[in-house]
Design a protein around this ligand. Sequence first.
Ligand code: PLP
Length: 362
Amino acid sequence: MKEIYNFSAGPAVLPKSVLLKAQSELINYRDSGMSVMELSHRSSLFEEIIQEAESLLRELMAIPDNYRVLFLQGGASLQFTMVPLNLAKDQAVGYINTGTWSEKAISEAKKIPGLDVQILASSQESNYTNIPDLSTLDVPQDLAYLHLTTNNTIEGTSIYHLPKSGAVPLVADMSSNILSTDYQVADFGLIYAGAQKNIGPAGLTVVIVRDDLVGKEKVPSAMLDYAIQAKANSLYNTPPTYAIYIAKLVFEWVKELGGVKEMERRNQEKAQLLYDYLEISALFDSPVAIADRSLNNIPFVTGQPELDKQFVSEAEAAGFENLKGHRLVGGMRASLYNAFPVEGVHALIDFMTNFEQQHGGK
Ligand SMILES: *Cc1c(COP(=O)(O)O)cnc(C)c1O
């Protein structure tokens, strides 16, 4: 089999052991004679899978009992609409704008009639290469919620210090650092994440929501209503059964390795290796403010678009896949999620060092 390192920002690398386990159970799950894909979502075998997935996630994130865990569809992008629909009506809502995904969350919220969408802080002026200072943020207490993106997948920044929002619930798009940075669920009213970065396959969206925020507003669609989804234990309609099964295997893998704290430690180690190299490199640079650098998505540039292009293509030929930066920011980006092995970071640094020797300084 072709051996490569997959730096994709999402869908992203999955643990090999998870894929092997899925393979071993693929055509005959637990001696049922069926694949998980062929099981009824109302069967006891599948109910066990979804319940186990929820209880593992609760354990891994230490989710308090007064939070619901929902397994939904539509990606993180549908949450841009579901959050305001469920949490606010004819009210002010707050957003912190730290990148492309925050912008999208804001623009979707603005489409909902009657909402007063306020942007309380933004790093747009610096091209999102840093996180605005949130320590002094004055959060109006009449907001229905304050939304933030904990990890900016495209720009490579993370929010490590949450703003003090008083009684206003924080809502976090945690798509690209859930289970990889150790946040306290109780600090948030609602957390959501598309699964395809740190959890499993695309098609599954995890929502963790505090009880008092469920059923707060009337929602004009059952599929978009947290209360209906919660009441049905995420089985209102057919859920993405296979994606939930793989997520369960990934949760088991995280637990086996020592949980979220251990993931965070590994991610810090991997990211530091690459950032340390970028600091000393005469060719490659990180455009991101040091204090705000993401552990999971690490953009870097040579400063010469043609050379960036050449680097990406030579890297790909050498087995380093998906290093091309997002089309909006260019350059390169190494996504180092939980399942990305430290050996791949060492190999990348060796490759970059060689490339640098061939192409000199700046
Ligand atoms: C990938 C990503 C999204 C979009 O997720 P979809 O599941 O494709 O809708 C939203 N927010 C962040 C922070 C992301 O990384």
